[in-house]
Ligand binder design. Structure first.
Ligand code: GLY
Length: 412
């Protein structure tokens, strides 16, 4: 009798704790999302008052040393992110004013659809035209929105054609940098992010060749770019005639054998989207392996926002090295999607990790005060430390993926 009473009390106690935890989670989440939407809208209004006025039209990338906004041209690899941020604000608020600003920044990029000088057109056009198309259609899924015919769709298909001009069939990869026809083919892990454009172009056009190129590129990246511990190299050089791997090295990381953090985030995101379009488990496994590498790294930071390179020596012990908010934002967004493809137990782990990243980014340690930081949302990203470029600064892509992660969290 006595033990029955104890069991009953324990049950009531645990159930109350469970209810309390669910309620407080829900309340925190609701407040968290609303607060960040409000902040992003106010801060981007402040940004627009500097970059988009009757006599100014600047596409913002970062801040210069003197605190002024560094604007970029349409062929910069970052040219689509601000348009994407504006589209996402439109999705988050429903306010038409964001729609018209988003269209202005997006349509300015139209010539990029025929650009063949680098692989970044997937970023440039996917995050502007692709996001715009999805949001205008009211589509809450992943990808660029429904079938149908419109100007945005034509632009995206043309962009995929341009990207495929950089495909080297003998090596089975898309050339990231360098001129078309060169004997050496550089491929960076970031290139995985451009594959979404190819899958979407196949879906929108019915031409399967874009999809086949994406799969071949991903398979070769899977085979050659990763180390046994799940981390990836930044740059691989292939021989254009034979497809032989000539070297593995870094451009933006600390060392050839180190793990450049944003590269790891691109890998998790890129192989997650490969799984989205193919349901081939080997891609899911790779995304999870690279995530596990970051999760289990002995030098992981306390707030999970990674060092700019996981293996930069000053990141160890008590010495502080710069962290990269952009790598955290990309990873957080990727994990919210990855969490939809795994078992309930793993889902909880991935979502908790993504939540922790997003919570850190939204804290005063990274999130700017309204009216400061040139109007960028986040502080403390690193573009390329080895080049002494954009170290510990705001970056337009950190903001873009921060909002994408917020939207994904909200939908979940
Ligand atoms: N895709 C270039 C970078 O991540 O810096």
């Amino acid at each position: 009798m006595k033990s029955k009473a104890i069991y009953y009390s324990l049950f009531v106690f645990s159930f109350s704790l469970f209810l309390l935890a669910s309620c407080s989670d829900k309340n925190n989440d609701d407040g968290f999302i609303e607060d960040n939407i409000r902040f992003a809208a106010q801060q981007t209004e402040y940004m627009l008052s500097h970059v988009c006025t009757t006599d100014t039209f600047i596409n913002p990338r970062t801040l210069n040393d003197d605190g002024s906004i560094r604007g970029i041209g349409i062929y910069d690899w970052c040219s689509g992110f601000f348009a994407g941020t504006l589209w996402q604000l439109y999705e988050l608020t429903g306010d038409e004013k964001w729609h018209s600003f988003a269209e202005r920044y997006t349509t300015a990029l139209a010539p990029v659809q025929f650009y063949t000088d680098n692989h970044d057109v997937g970023f440039m056009m996917g995050d502007s035209y692709g996001q715009g198309r999805r949001i205008l259609a009211g589509d809450t899924g992943f990808g660029y929105g429904p079938q149908g015919s419109d100007f945005y769709k034509e632009v995206l298909i043309n962009t995929a054609r341009s990207l495929c001009k950089r495909y080297v069939p003998e090596a089975g990869v898309i050339r990231s940098w360098g001129r078309i026809g060169g004997q050496q083919v550089s491929v960076i892990i970031d290139n995985m992010m451009n594959l979404e454009l190819l899958f979407e172009a196949s879906r929108l056009s019915g031409d399967d060749s874009f999809r086949q190129i994406a799969i071949t590129h991903a398979d070769n990246t899977l085979k050659n770019h990763f180390r046994p511990d799940g981390s990836c190299y930044h740059v691989l050089e292939y021989d254009a005639a034979t497809g032989r791997v000539l070297s593995k090295h870094t451009n933006q990381g600390y060392a050839d054998e180190s793990a450049w953090s944003r590269g790891q985030s691109w890998a998790v995101y890129g192989f997650t989207l490969m799984y989205r379009y193919t349901r081939d488990k080997k891609y899911l496994d790779q995304a999870l392996r690279t995530f596990a590498f970051l999760r289990d790294h002995p030098d992981r930071t306390d707030d999970l926002v990674p060092w700019w390179d996981m293996d930069a020596p000053a990141g160890t012990g008590s010495k502080e090295e710069e962290r990269d908010a952009s790598a955290a934002a990309i990873l957080s967004s990727a994990l919210y999607e990855l969490a939809t493809y795994v078992s309930p137990r793993q889902r909880r782990e991935l979502r908790t990790y993504a939540d922790r990243l997003l919570t850190a980014l939204a804290s005063p340690a990274y999130r700017a005060e309204v009216g400061t930081n040139g109007g960028f949302l986040l502080r403390h990203s690193v573009g390329s430390k080895p080049h002494h470029a954009e170290v510990d600064v705001p970056l337009c892509y950190a903001d873009y993926y921060f909002l994408e992660a917020l939207i994904r969290k909200m939908r979940l």
